[in-house]
Design a protein around this ligand. Sequence first.
Ligand SMILES: C[S@@+](CC[C@H](N)C(=O)[O-])C[C@H]1O[C@@H](n2cnc3c(N)ncnc32)[C@H](O)[C@@H]1O
Length: 255
Amino acid sequence: MYNPTLRAQKKVLLCEDGSNTLFSEEFNEPYHSTKDGALHESLEKHVKPALTIHKNKCSLSILDICFGLGYNTFATIYYIKKYQLKTKIHIISPEFDEALICSLSSFDYPPEFDNIKPIIKAISEDFYYEDEQFKIEILLGDARLSVPNIKEKVDIIYQDAFSPVHNPLLWTGEFFADIAGIVKEDAILTTYSTAAAIRLGLYENGFLIFVHYGEMTRYSTIASMKMLKDLEYIDMELKKLRNPTAQSFKDEDYL
Ligand SMILES: C[S@@+](CC[C@H](N)C(=O)[O-])C[C@H]1O[C@@H](n2cnc3c(N)ncnc32)[C@H](O)[C@@H]1O
């Protein structure tokens, strides 16, 4: 399934929002949509909707799948600092590409991340950062092994793995069941994927499905353990009736 011999082969790509991302030879895919832009996509599809939905909480636990270049984690810190929010943030993020994390202190991030450079450096050296507001933990290794062992219940999941076609084991019903096992009762999951099979896998594991329209970006999915007001709800029972052959991804098809 995975090909560690190709893992180190990556090249830098410039996105349309001016931020840099990487192209992975192992997954034959960029880390972010170059059209939407790494920073823009992270803010619009993950950080803004998640922090808006949970704006009344004073502390948030976030599962960031997977760390990669860390845009979702760093954009969360950037957003909290920019708006001077007092929310305490604990981010837990699996990642099996240890060499990538070690290289992040020299990655050319956008200027928005300039004042969090010490945090980026700490993570690239220690896989960990903590101050009075932020605690960031990288779980080195396979997310399929680390996620079921997370003890803390999370409020937010950023599901930002490579695409279901290229990284199916991070999109199966079984993986979503593991995620559902570590969520709070009002948890939400943000993802760029709008595929029926992915929404079905989330729905089968207790999530309700909604459409999210970010600014100047393609629409995306928000899945929630509770009904959300003000978001476009997708009736998955109706979807199943209209498309009775639709199926979620199953581990057995990819192991
Ligand atoms: C699309 S990138 C994540 C982008 C990231 N959210 C960001 O903002 O930069 C996917 C990441 O998942 C990692 N990955 C893929 N399969 C994994 C697995 N089974 N366990 C842990 N990490 C995995 C890859 O090494 C890659 O860094």
